[in-house]
Design a binder for this molecule. Structure first.
Ligand code: ARG
Length: 465
């Protein structure tokens, strides 16, 4: 035996005259976080060994030993008995050392035609692919929850805002469906990213490929990769797939954060549009009356860390010459935390949305203030033949007068309204109601209850596919 992996340094020790210090050991080790990749590392190793045997590079007996050893190691890891050693630096060397301890020389043959560089890139891709699928499931759950709530409130009216000023009445179902659209695009984006994650780096070896007669297509098929990375230097070095995943994740969080901002606002007693179930809120240790929307606030806050991870990964990559550099070991913690944050957040929101208590009367009262049907009055005058700009001016004048008198447009009498324009007829009051306003916006993408119901039905059909 010329080398023993479990004595760190000996795998490459002939080249070195002194061991690394404990601080450097700790600084360079990744095992305490990359052990999270262990089962994917084993999966990748088994696919590699299977190919080596099929190509006659290792014997059938070696393969059988490797499979047996890996089965035991998997059991040890799942059972929590595996002894992770800092001395062995990372997940790859820990597992390989244990394999060799269990099965001897066959364990030392596993690394033939492979490097930790293509191994780690493969592990991350396998892991990320499965997490993207999990995120897809949780996005689906949240979207379904939004659809259910939207369906209950396809005709509930609240003020729609621009500049956070009352603009026009909208239906709450329509408002919720806006978030449904955002999360649907997020799901689409994740699937798109998945295609580029789902490519095989193994075979690139350290950077230049390998002199053994390997079969990369076979490994790709075993591991369910759609394609093989076609340039070895690129395969071991670029982490653009991790960056674009994190960008997609940052958008998921951004959408959650916008929704959170609204939930917080809506729950303020000054607004009072909704109430969140108690289990998503906490009280105050000093103010007995408080019920704080902690979950949406925290989600809004956690969006910052995911945005931070995106910048961390972009910065990690930008200065790296080809090919692999140790910098890339720093890709893992941001990725892990991004996945954990997104998944926890989506799970909590999918659970929280069905419990949103909607205070319909408060929404309606708010929509009755702020002249939300002013545009409807202008549109009414246009339908009676007035050019839109003139109608806009007349209604602005009427709003000013109502505002001074602290009344709504609908509180004006017919005679008073006719003073603003002789075109006003008795039918005007239908146009000034909230229901009339929303019902009139009856086209694809409009807020009319009929359109909201259509959008919900179309969304359900799409989700069921
Ligand atoms: N722990 C390393 C990483 O995460 C594995 C690859 C190490 N390769 C190397 N040549 N040192 O990137």
């Amino acid at each position: 035996m010329t080398s023993q992996l479990h004595k760190k340094g000996e795998a490459w020790s002939a080249r070195f005259s002194e061991p690394v210090s404990d601080l450097v050991k700790r600084y360079t080790a990744s095992v305490f976080f990359d052990k999270r990749l262990a089962l994917f590392d084993i999966e990748g190793s088994l696919a590699h060994a299977d190919m080596l045997a099929a190509q006659g590079i290792i014997s059938a007996q070696d393969l059988a030993d490797i499979q047996r050893g890996m089965t035991q190691i998997r059991g040890e890891i799942e059972g929590g008995q595996f002894e992770w050693q800092l001395d062995l630096e990372d997940v790859h060397l820990n597992i390989e050392a244990r394999l060799t301890a269990l099965i001897g020389d066959a364990g030392k043959r596993l690394h033939t035609g492979r490097s930790r560089n293509d191994q780690v890139a493969t592990d991350i891709r396998l892991w990320l692919r499965s997490e993207i699928d999990n995120i897809g499931t949780h996005l689906g759950d949240l979207r379904r929850a939004l659809l259910d709530l939207a369906e209950q409130h396809s005709a509930t009216i609240l003020p729609g805002f621009t500049h956070l000023q009352v603009a026009q009445p909208v239906t709450f179902g329509h408002h919720l469906m806006a978030y449904f659209e955002m999360f649907s695009r997020d799901a689409e984006r994740m699937l798109d990213v998945r295609r580029r994650v789902n490519r095989l780096p193994l075979g690139a070896a350290a950077l230049a490929g390998t002199s053994y007669p390997i079969d990369r297509e076979r490994v790709a098929a075993t591991l369910g990769f759609e394609e093989v990375c076609t340039n070895s230097l690129d395969a071991v070095s670029d982490r653009d797939f991790a960056i674009e995943f994190t960008a997609a994740a940052a958008l998921v969080m951004t959408h959650v954060s916008r929704f959170s901002e609204e939930l917080v606002l809506w729950m303020s007693p000054r607004v009072g549009f909704i109430d969140l179930a108690d289990r998503f809120c906490t009280g105050s240790s000093i103010m007995p009356q408080k019920k704080n929307p902690d979950v949406p606030e925290l989600a809004r806050g956690k969006t910052g860390r995911v945005n931070g991870h995106l910048i961390a990964l972009l910065t990690l990559m930008k200065g790296q010459p080809l090919a692999y550099n140790k910098d890339n070991q720093e890709d893992k913690e941001p990725l892990f935390d991004t996945v954990d944050t997104v998944i926890d957040t989506l799970r909590i929101f999918a659970d929280m949305v069905p419990g949103i208590k909607v205070r319909e009367a408060n929404m309606r009262n708010a929509a009755l203030q702020g002249f939300s049907t002013a545009t409807d009055l202008a549109d009414y005058l246009v339908k009676k033949g007035l050019p839109f700009r003139d109608a806009h001016e007349i209604v602005a004048h009427a709003v000013k007068i109502c505002s001074d008198r602290d009344i709504d447009l609908a509180d004006l009498s017919l005679a008073e309204l006719q003073k603003f324009s002789p075109l006003v007829g008795e039918d005007v009051f239908e146009y000034l109601t909230l229901e009339g306003s929303v019902a009139s916006r009856n086209h694809i993408g409009g807020t009319a209850p009929a359109q909201v119901q259509r959008a919900i039905a179309a969304a359900r059909a799409k989700l069921a596919k």
